[in-house]
Design a protein around this ligand. Structure first.
Ligand code: PLP
Length: 395
């Protein structure tokens, strides 16, 4: 009988993508998928047009356009005080997604273990499976999603742990991990000889007095960390597929081999245009923070008004909202998947069931759905209007 590899038996269609298809088919506003409904900065669009007329149509060097790698090195130094070597420590990938997969396959051996902090982005599990590694799940629990140092150490103590993968600022919880939490991770990585794979795609979306600290900047971590970020979120270009991985030369060598043989290079004209994004000045990042802080305020007000209990995110652009008051009022259960479908069908709003972010114990997500708020004022106003239906019915 013809069949696919058993290796991929355990991987299913992304819940976020299937919810998106359902939401779009019914004309719902999709707060499920984390992509902006507004355009990127005009300079980027102009730079992309220019790149097409300047002849960037063929492959560029596999590790990334040299001027883009130089710009990434400069920006890393400007924001975080260390300058990776553009030739041996920076690789441009097709988004963070490819950076994560290439890192896991290029660095972890078959049969080794990868500790995955969850709730987690879906492709960490896929990457571990592609690497032939065994995932060890480390669940963070709602509503505060704090790292428990004892549980963390128990995960690292398991034999054959080779890598620890996590994300800060964190999707979906909105946590920005504190220096104390990162110190605990760093100490264990050093003690147990583990590589940290740090997905920092939301690095520029941090609110109030929270600070994004790249774990690579902690003592003893620069050689054993792969820092992955990209353009998708910081510059509102999720479809461009430009990301990058920063790592010491031996780790870079590993992940580059996977990158080379899977994608060759991220789209050439968009790499050229990415230089303009990476070189944007401080004004842009100040604006970005202000703009997202405003969206966050609006979203929190809307959700509270509709009867959700949602923690205010410290960073990124999501909140995981508890819906008990609403499900009780409408005679529903705490089944988050059923609730997300009900919300699309009855209210016209897409969200993501929180259980889809947990593999170890999906019940940790019951009673909660994730909303994304990278949306224009008009969209958020319409979300508020649609949620009035819930408020009216609950009065
Ligand atoms: N990592 C996290 C934590 C994300 O939330 C996302 C997108 O939502 C990605 C990676 C995907 O990034 P990219 O578009 O750069 O592949």
């Amino acid at each position: 009988m013809i069949r696919a590899a058993r290796r991929v038996d355990d991987l299913f269609e992304s819940v976020i993508r299937s919810i998106t298809v359902h939401a779009l088919s019914l004309g719902a506003i999709n707060l499920g998928q984390g992509s902006p409904d507004f355009d990127p900065p005009e300079e980027l669009v102009e730079a992309a047009k220019r790149a097409l007329t300047e002849g960037y149509h063929q492959y560029v060097p596999t590790w990334g356009l040299p001027e883009l790698r130089r710009a990434i090195a400069d920006k890393t130094e400007r924001f975080y005080g260390f300058r990776p070597d553009p030739d041996s420590e920076i690789t441009v990938t097709c988004g963070v997604t490819e950076g994560v997969i290439a890192s896991l396959i290029g660095v972890v051996d078959q049969g080794e273990r990868v500790v995955i902090l969850e709730p987690a982005h879906e492709n960490y599990h896929a990457g571990a499976i592609f690497a032939g590694a065994e995932p060890i799940w480390l669940p963070l629990r709602p509503p505060d999603y704090r790292i428990d140092p004892e549980e963390l150490e128990r995960a690292f103590r398991k034999p054959e742990v080779r890598a620890f993968i996590f994300n800060t600022p964190h999707n979906p919880s909105g946590r920005v991990f504190s220096r104390e939490e990162l110190d605990a991770i760093a100490e264990l990585c050093i003690r147990y000889g583990v590589v940290a794979i740090s997905d920092e795609i939301y690095e520029h979306m941090v609110y109030d007095d929270h600070e994004h600290i790249p774990i690579a900047t902690l003592p003893g971590m620069s050689d054993r960390t792969i820092t992955i970020s990209g353009l998708s979120k910081s510059y509102s270009v999720t479809g461009w597929r430009v990301g990058y991985a920063i790592a010491s030369a031996p780790l870079t060598e590993g992940l580059r081999k996977i990158h080379d043989f899977t994608t060759i290079c991220s789209p050439s004209p968009l790499q050229r245009a990415a230089v303009a994004a990476i070189e944007l000045g401080d004004d842009y990042y100040d604006w970005l923070k202000r703009y997202y802080a405003e969206r966050r305020e609006k979203m929190m007000t809307i959700l509270a008004g509709a009867g959700f209990d949602a923690p205010t995110p410290e960073g990124a652009y999501y909140t995981v909202a508890e819906f008990t008051a609403i499900s009780e009022a409408f005679g529903l259960t705490d089944d988050d998947d059923a609730f997300a479908h009900w919300l699309i069908d009855e209210v016209g709003i897409g969200s993501v069931p929180a259980s889809s972010f947990y593999r170890s114990d999906p019940s940790l997500g019951r009673g909660r759905v994730r909303f994304a708020f990278p949306k224009r004022d008009e969209t958020l106003c319409e979300v508020e209007r649609r949620f009035e239906k819930l408020r009216d019915a609950m009065r």
